[in-house]
Structure formats: C-alpha cells, structure tokens
Write a protein that binds this ligand. Structure first.
Ligand code: ADP
Ligand code: MG
Length: 235
C-alpha cells in the first residue's frame, strides 16, 4: 500500500556537518517499517524533520497526499499521526491512569482497556512515570499510543535499553497497530529486535538511506551484512 507519511531526499547540515544528504523514509498503512541505523546516524533528525520539529535544508514531506516543506505536528496530529519521542512522553505530575483517562476523553472510540491489557500495564495505572523502569514506562507509552487508535505511529528508539519482556510486549503492540491498518515507523539500532518487528527495512548510514526490503532480504544484502552486521559469509 502506498505510504501515508513519506519524506524524500532530505538534506540537513548541523553546523559544518552534513548530517543528512538525500535521506528518505516512509510509513505505510498496515505495515511496520523499520528505520535501522547506528547511534548518531541521524534517525531522530530525520523523524523530527518528518513532523516539523526540525527544519530540513531541502527535500519534501508528504502526509496523506499533501506535500510540504514545513509540516506542523499539531496539524499532522489532528489528521491521525502520533509521535512517540525518544524520551519523556509521559508527564511526571500525573499517574498512568490519568494519562489513559485523558486519551479516553480525547478519543471517544478508544479501546483503552484492551491496550492496557495487551501491554500488561494494569498494575502500573496508579503510579507516576518516575516510579517505573524505562521498559515499563515504554509499555505504558505504547499502550497510550494504541488506545488513541492512530492512523500513523512514529516511534523513535522504543527499544533502547529495555528488558526482553518489555521488548516482546512492545513488539506485540506495534504488530497489532499495523494489523489494524496503522502505518507504523519504528527507529532503532538493535538489529535482531528491529528485524523481528519489521515488515520492511530502511537502513540509514552515512547521511543517506537504503531500502533493503523485508527482514529476510536485509540479512542477504551484501553491503548491509558487511557494514552493519560485520559479516562476510552467510548467516
Ligand atoms: N541540534 C543539534 N546540535 C548539534 N548536533 C546535532 C543536533 N542535532 C543532531 N546533531 C548531530 O547530528 C547527528 C545525528 O543525530 P541524531 O539524529 O540524534 O542521530 P540518531 O537518532 O540516529 O542517534 C549526531 O552526530 C548529532 O550529534
Ligand atoms: Mg535518536
């Protein structure tokens, strides 16, 4: 299916450094697209450009068939995009339950109880974010994203530094969103986890991006194997 969100041929210099030179990514309804790359390769910069939090030097952003150089997050949010930043989505002043209730008020057809159940965050409802581990907090964030029923979810580094149980539940959440027709884009550097959740893989390196297909295709891609996985022979 054609992408709901796409950024094409993006360039961005930070100081004297070209962080991005012709980088592209997208999110398609019904699929989990993974943007995989090492720390510092520019994933967050590209994601922020796609939602207008950082301004690109050149390139185009397309959301729902509308092309723009300067997207605005509140406008995209109104049209169904949900952004899960690298950190601090939840407000420290409120409990997880308060956050869930806020979603229920905002989104009349939300299915919060199901999201809470799927991510197994019921036991955290009475707690404030700072009393949870990083992975537990992430599970709450993904449950809230799920409850909002987004058309497009951008999750930046959701797997960073968390336990296997949290990884598994979060992957289940992304999978369910995609199965319900959401366009899901997930960034990260944890190759095994990323390939497990991916329907398709975009590899970001040296300021640009390479579309390397399904997880199976990715592991057979010679350049990716050599440069990212550090492998010369078949796995
Ligand atoms: N506002 C900024 N000021 C200085 N350097 C920045 C800024 N934003 C990004 N960078 C640099 O751009 C590069 C890409 O960063 P980032 O997009 O956060 O990468 P990733 O998310 O892949 O880890 C890094 O080298 C980072 O230091
Ligand atoms: Mg990042």
């Amino acid at each position: 299916m054609k992408p709901l969100l796409a950024v094409e041929s993006i360039g961005k210099a930070v100081g004297a450094r070209d962080v991005l030179k012709s980088a592209s990514m997208w999110a398609r309804p019904g699929a989990v697209t993974v943007l995989l790359g090492r720390n510092g390769c520019g994933k967050t910069t590209l994601v922020k450009i796609s939602i207008g939090l950082v301004r690109a030097d050149y390139g185009v952003v397309i959301y729902d068939d509308q092309r723009t150089l300067r997207p605005r997050l509140h406008e995209l949010a109104r049209r169904g995009l949900y952004y899960l930043p690298e950190r601090n989505l939840l407000s420290p002043a409120f409990t997880v339950r308060d956050h869930v209730r806020a979603v229920e008020k905002l989104v009349p057809d939300s299915n919060a109880p199901h999201a809470v159940e799927l991510l197994r965050v019921g036991e955290f409802l009475g707690r404030k974010p700072r009393t949870l581990s990083g992975g537990e907090r992430r599970r709450c964030e993904v449950a809230i994203a799920l409850a909002r029923n987004p058309r497009c979810l951008l999750a930046d580094e959701p797997y960073m530094g968390i336990m296997p149980i949290d990884v598994e539940l979060i992957t289940t959440g992304f999978r369910e969103l995609a199965d319900d027709g959401c366009a899901v884009l997930v960034t990260g550097h944890e190759v095994r986890t990323m390939l497990e959740v991916a329907d398709e893989v975009i590899w970001q390196t040296a300021g640009t991006t390479h579309y390397i297909g399904s997880a199976e295709h990715a592991t057979q891609n010679h350049q990716f194997r050599r440069e990212y996985l550090g492998l010369d022979s078949p796995i």
